[in-house]
Ligand binder design. Structure first.
Ligand code: ZN
Length: 311
């Protein structure tokens, strides 16, 4: 059996001010605040999760916000852009909305058979609203600010910036179940599983791009999804077999994860679909309380007191 990932699970980025981050992703983009937790390595800071109503894999963008953190520089060795799937014909709505809200954007461009609007979040993180003619059956997230017919459906894909795409492409296609789909200019697109929005990985080898530097407004890691623990363990042994250094399976409460750095420098994670974000609060109440891992629960009072209020 050749274990395969089924597309993207979540993407984690670095931010500065957590309040500004929460406002942008919930009010401006209309995502749901799915989980309020802490950085397990630095419990004095948040780990914030945004996604669709149910917190489905393939919709989740998470942030480690550190107030006052210096900006990074998007570039090679990083996930360079995060694409969200929006319905065909919805870009005029977004262009008008983002202009009114004074959000920085770049002119829309055509890529493959899609229209792409690049949007910069308050820390300069590069997002792309990808209006795709492909069917995207995922439900829009209910939002007071963004009508359902224009709403984000979840991830479209991620773009990795690389100096040489070949070693990364080899890991994707030989060891992760990805297949090459399309190529244009410096960009090659790969898809996994059933394909379609939520599965795409684009490899970009634009010689004009600088080397990436970590900091606010850059991506920390990209997580791919597998359905269950057995598939994750099988994927781990395939990756170890090709000589990659892979972490043990780590229990992240909402999913189990392995981590490895692909040869182009991007930190990859493989995460299970189960058990999901409703394990410690019901779906209707996702994101309303501070969720802590069991080992930090005894320190809840002091952790809550040290965190900045979000509203
Ligand atoms: Zn992760």
């Amino acid at each position: 059996m050749k274990p395969t990932v089924h597309g993207l699970h979540h993407i984690t980025a670095i931010a500065s001010d957590p309040r500004q981050n929460l406002d942008f992703y919930t009010r401006v983009l209309g995502l749901r605040f799915v989980k309020k937790s802490v950085n397990q390595d630095d419990p004095g800071t948040y780990h914030l999760y945004y996604g669709d109503y149910a917190g489905s894999p393939g919709t989740i963008l998470t942030f480690f916000p550190w107030a006052g953190l210096r900006r990074g520089r998007p570039g090679t060795g990083q996930s360079y852009a995060t694409g969200f799937s929006v319905p065909a014909g919805s870009l005029p709505f977004w262009q008008k909305r983002l202009a009114e809200l004074k959000v920085a954007t770049a002119p829309a461009e055509r890529r493959f058979n899609e229209e792409v609007l690049t949007v910069f979040d308050p820390d300069g993180l590069r997002l792309e609203l990808v209006a795709t003619p492909e069917a995207d059956p995922r439900a829009p997230t209910p939002s007071a600010d963004v009508p359902a017919q224009f709403a984000i459906r979840g991830f479209h894909g991620t773009t990795l910036a690389l100096t040489d795409a070949r070693p990364t492409a080899s890991v994707l296609t030989d060891s992760m179940g990805y297949r090459q789909l399309a190529q244009a200019g410096h960009r090659t697109r790969y898809a996994a599983g059933a394909g379609g929005p939520g599965t795409y990985v684009d490899l970009l080898t634009d010689p004009a791009l600088p080397r990436g530097l970590n900091g606010a407004g850059t991506i920390h890691h990209v997580a791919f999804r597998v359905p269950d623990d057995a598939t994750e363990v099988a994927a781990r042994s395939v990756l170890l077999g090709r000589g990659l250094q892979v972490s043990p399976v780590i229990d992240r409460a909402y999913f189990k994860s392995i981590y490895y750095r692909e040869p182009g420098g991007v930190l990859f994670e493989i995460a299970t679909d189960q058990p999901g974000f409703a394990i410690d609060e019901p779906v209707e109440q996702l994101g309303t309380k501070l969720s802590l891992p069991p080992r930090l629960e005894p320190h809840r009072a002091e952790i809550e007191a040290a965190l900045p209020a979000l509203t």
